[in-house]
Design a protein around this ligand. Structure first.
Ligand code: CA
Length: 246
């Protein structure tokens, strides 16, 4: 782990870490909601006769809905969707998502948050989601972990992931932090890209169907198979981050 952290310091011309916060993606990291997102996107596009690619919605994961809709329109119809189309399509997808989403949490997610909180770091949410059904329930499932002051959602950003804006805003909400003062936890390639472009040491948890190599190529420093595996390794990461100097 020390080698990975040192590599990050070299790459970003930093001398040390000074961790204050952990920036968490939501879907696929805290909520086991990606299967329902995937199914509702596929059905929405099938109903419109718009073709999508294998694992497309896992590869697009993290984008704001509008951007996913434009991508599919451009490929199928060689044009962007109109504002009205975006609104209708996203409403249909959200309706299906509410039907299909089980509300299940990713195993180990609550324990990871509790551990982060217990060692004095601030958990910050950085999601591309605009689903109030999920963000409003965070306090039910993870009591006391997030407030509106420590959450970045689709409503807070102009440019969603893979742009660095959501994670840069997450750093601001974490207390006007610099990139060496936080780490990011992500499960999707575009989310990883966003966090890395914001200058963050980014740890991936592979909770979906994509191979680890896709997450590594997106820039993840390391990939764990689950949040439970991450939980076991967090003390090592935090200790190494405290001790190393370049
Ligand atoms: Ca995600």
């Amino acid at each position: 782990m020390t080698d990975l952290l040192l590599h990050h310091l070299h790459k970003f011309h930093l001398t040390r870490f000074d961790l204050k916060a952990v920036l968490f993606d939501m879907d696929g990291v805290l909520y086991d909601s990606m299967p329902a997102h995937d199914r509702s996107w596929q059905q929405t596009m099938d109903e419109l006769g718009l073709k999508h690619l294998p694992h497309e919605f896992y590869l697009q994961e993290g984008r704001i809905g509008r951007s996913t809709i434009h991508t599919i329109f451009r490929r199928n119809l060689q044009r962007d969707a109109s504002d009205g189309e975006v609104k209708r399509i996203y409403a249909r997808k959200s309706e299906l998502f509410r039907q299909y989403n089980s509300g299940a949490l990713i195993p180990g997610a609550a324990q990871v948050l509790e551990y982060v909180h217990s060692v004095g770091l601030t958990p910050v949410l950085v999601t591309g989601s605009g689903q109030p059904s999920l963000t409003e329930r965070l306090d039910t499932y993870f009591p006391g972990m997030f407030t509106s002051e420590t959450m970045v959602t689709a409503f807070d950003v102009e440019r969603g992931k893979p742009d660095p804006e959501p994670y840069l805003k997450g750093l601001r909400k974490g207390g006007d932090l610099k990139p060496h003062q936080a780490v990011a936890i992500e499960n999707a390639p575009l989310g990883i890209e966003s966090a890395v472009r914001a200058g963050l040491f980014t740890v991936a948890v592979n909770t979906g169907p994509l191979p680890d190599s896709v997450l590594e190529e997106a820039g993840a420093a390391t990939v764990f198979a689950s949040m439970c595996e991450l939980l076991k390794n967090l003390p090592v990461i935090f200790r190494a981050a405290r001790e190393i100097r370049r």
